[in-house]
Design a protein around this ligand. Sequence first.
Ligand SMILES: Cc1cc2nc3c(=O)[nH]c(=O)nc-3n(C[C@H](O)[C@H](O)[C@H](O)COP(=O)(O)OP(=O)(O)OC[C@H]3O[C@@H](n4cnc5c(N)ncnc54)[C@H](O)[C@@H]3O)c2cc1C
Ligand code: FES
Ligand code: FES
Length: 491
Amino acid sequence: MVAARITVNGKEEPIAPVAPHTTVLDFLRERGLTGTKEGCAEGECGACSVLVARPGVNKPTDWVAVNACLVPVAALDGQEVVTSEGLATAAEPGTPAVLHPVQEEMAVRGGSQCGYCTPGFVCSMAAEYYRPDRCAHADPGAGAADGTDAEHGPNGFDLHALSGNLCRCTGYRPIRDAAFAVGAPTDDDPLARRREQAPPAPVATEYTQDDRVFLRKDTLAETLRLLRERPDAVVVAGSTDWGVEVNIRSRRADCVVAVDRLPELRALRVESDRIEIGAALTLTEIERRLDGTVPLLAELFPQFASRLIRNGATLGGNLGTGSPIGDSPPVLLALEASVVLADADGEREVPLADYFTGYRRSVRRPGELIRAVRVPLPLSPVTAFHKIAKRRFDDISSVAVAFALDIEEGTVRKARIGLGGVAATPVRALATEAALEGRPWSAATAEAAARVLRGEGTPMDDHRASSLYRSAMLGQSLLKLYAQTTEAVPS
Ligand SMILES: Cc1cc2nc3c(=O)[nH]c(=O)nc-3n(C[C@H](O)[C@H](O)[C@H](O)COP(=O)(O)OP(=O)(O)OC[C@H]3O[C@@H](n4cnc5c(N)ncnc54)[C@H](O)[C@@H]3O)c2cc1C
Ligand code: FES
Ligand code: FES
């Protein structure tokens, strides 16, 4: 097997001799690329943002910004990375460094004071600068009435691209000014041109240091055989959970097995009776590829962490943690989704409602992987996802509620409600569903069902919220749904 290598700012380098758990952040800084900063080491601040060449949604390659503090560098064997230093010189290779257009705008519009957060902002901004469909939505003459707003610039820039970047001193207005001022990449921009070629293919990796190993196989079958041989292995996809375990809780694994590039886990198929979503597609890829086809998922994604996290996070990882406060389970429960589990002997399909068995426990056996999530069609027409958290974006849920209702001629024919944050596992609100089904969709029904919903689960007191608050929010959530579906639009 070829020694693990990574291309950073156009230069290929060996990954050895660092330990297998070494993050991309530490690897880069160790090599003098200190533009990439550590602010939190847990995916919260974006100071470590770098660009990775990934399979594109609208072009062969997308430049995708990720949190370098969470990703093991061994996971980028054979891949291409660009840091803030690479942006500065990428515009004119071979000539003295000139600022990249996003750096130029940040400089001239006062988007940087102490500068600690700036390289991370610049990388997230560059990813949005190169998003192929950004300019399709650009209208330099547009005003608020033309579809631009505080979060979307006239240049098509979606400010949510920066939702994972924090700045302690500049204030966000000048940063927004810079984001909304960038133009379109020129024809000779090397990173724009790079999008037209295929991204680096995933490579099989066996990276060993100090008796610890990071492994990536080419196929699902090889991976499943390996997991049978190594039941102690830790499976890693986007590493947005595992990276926090490594950095903050000092977890180390003798054997890490990467599944994020397995083709069998990265397909998205829309069929007549179901949609199958590969467990290793990132949330950003699912969001862009489904493009609103599943409105409940479309409502979930913007509320799930930040763009930086969604660029790595997968559904397999969200279900794999078994966390009771993961945001996808309530939505997938309301959608009556099932999970396709694969091991070396074959596959089985388990309804998500039967998947969780206890706090961070599931029916998934050692050696089994989540291959895909299946969402049955047709979808219920009335859906909503209410995430109650302290911040609007980039926060963990105190309570999450997802609704999927069939309402025909004013009567609730079918109700599916998924809850997070109110029990040891994500749960269906079965009593509330029964209180709705067969009843008229009226204020009286909503109020009666809201009382039932307040009593679902066994909410706890913790640092995020009290049990009373959580119960109250459940009831409010149903009343809000009723208001959302019945409120007259003012003329
Ligand atoms: C700053 C920050 C904000 C976050 N915000 C949110 C949020 O708003 N909502 C939310 O729900 N979560 C949030 N998370 C948690 C995390 O991003 C999600 O759980 C994410 O979906 C994990 O996906 P991943 O691919 O990165 O998982 P990884 O970290 O790679 O893996 C997580 C776990 O799942 C297992 N696993 C991964 N893939 C598979 C598979 N295919 N089969 C079986 N097991 C598998 C791994 O073994 C591991 O135990 C946040 C995390 C951070 C750091
Ligand atoms: S250092 Fe804060 S997100 Fe990586
Ligand atoms: S410029 Fe100081 S933290 Fe952003």
